[in-house]
Write a protein that binds this ligand. Sequence first.
Ligand SMILES: Nc1nc2c(ncn2[C@@H]2O[C@H](COP(=O)(O)OP(=O)(O)OP(=O)(O)O)[C@@H](O)[C@H]2O)c(=O)[nH]1
Ligand SMILES: [Mg+2]
Length: 461
Amino acid sequence: MKMNRSRASFAVVGHPNKGKSSIVSTLARDDSVMISRQSGTTTHSDHYKIDTGNAGYELIDTPGFQRPKKVLHWLNQNAHSAAQRAEAVRKFVLDPICAEKFPDEVQLLTPLVEGAAILYVVDGSRPYGVEYEAEMEILRWTGRPSMALINPIENESHVESWKNALEQFFKIVRVFNPMQAGFSKQVALLEAFSHLETRWSSVLGQVIIDLKSHQKAQVVQSVELLCGLLSDLCYYQYHQKALTETQAKSLKPVLQKKYNHWMREREQRTFKELCELFSHHQCVLQTQEFDLPPDLFDSEQWYAWGLDKKQLSTVSAMTGAITGAALDAVVAGHSFMLGAIGGGVLGFTSAWLGADKLTKTSVKGLPLGGYQACMGPMRNLNFPYVVIGRFLFLFEQLKNKNHADRSSIIMSEEVLTSKIEQMQKSESKALHLACKKLIGQKPVEDLRDSLMALFVSYEND
Ligand SMILES: Nc1nc2c(ncn2[C@@H]2O[C@H](COP(=O)(O)OP(=O)(O)OP(=O)(O)O)[C@@H](O)[C@H]2O)c(=O)[nH]1
Ligand SMILES: [Mg+2]
């Protein structure tokens, strides 16, 4: 039997279906942990090694107790004094007959015999009952340090009575909802873990430091992703060669399709990368109204994501007069959007037509003969704001999403407008100038810094 008491290790145990796996999933930031409404999902003890860079610890997901009374009876027959109790548990997990008769209990007690501390999980929305006492008694027999976690699965109605009961068995009792508990609550729980076994307190302290700096790094990496996305989308042009001018002109619908396809794919790729950055590998994105992937060219979303007319005028005022083609494009964008609002809900066809009006198409003769048709780049000043708004929304959702929460992310609300309003004037001016340069096809050296101001307020959540 392995004895690895140097590694901070916690076995999450309890009745079936109380959220043990959900707690492991959230703390380990691992959305591959199997969780379900059905009882008996976890059948083996699974070890999750959490490496935070400079430190680490281990969480062990276990099956729930199935026959605790019978197991306690067995243990009682194998220990004649309190001094023999831990040894009786050891004997139990090594006994091949017990492994056959009580497979779940053998699975869940093995990590405790190997040196893990106990995290005992109960459901605070269900009443306390004496049927839990046999399992708590068994846990006490192991002699391992322990704490209890009350998971209010549906509501908090029985949390108080659970506290009263649990405090008689456990020194530390905490309420922890793995579906909702944010970063600071997770950190507070890790701090509580560090009090369980003094030898583990410094390593868990380092884990917390690592997690905080990891969170900061995620913000920086997110801004990096957005920089790449914005530049690519704003500068993108699709070219196709043709033999004659007529032929080149007739290519427009094809160009349009290819251009839009590339733009959509490019955005989706970044969304995927952002999900990966937050270790939400299985995350599904949805739009609210249409059961389709969130779409950059859904004109409905242009109102939701971009800036309104008033804000766009502020941009013009702040960044100076916009000249020539850029001004035309802004005005075209305006009338397009106002027209759309007046016309009520637009279908997807109009959204496609709308996208066409927002970009530039051209046909030019080539020096060595032939013609080239070109679609793009995007000329509408609101476009970068749409891109930023959508990215920022997803960022905020992912940042606050626990790994036990497997619901889809619904791209439905905007955060950009209020974020811009909260910015210092100098910061919003820098952002507007950067957006203007992007749309004017100019290089933006300070794009990263201009965008960072939109993200900094998230750092201390
Ligand atoms: N709202 C909601 N709750 C869920 C969902 N999946 C699981 N749960 C809740 O979480 C509880 C159990 O989740 P698990 O984490 O699988 O519980 P467990 O203790 O590991 O269960 P076993 O492995 O079966 O012992 C259930 O009682 C559900 O109420 C979900 O998709 N939505
Ligand atoms: Mg489970």
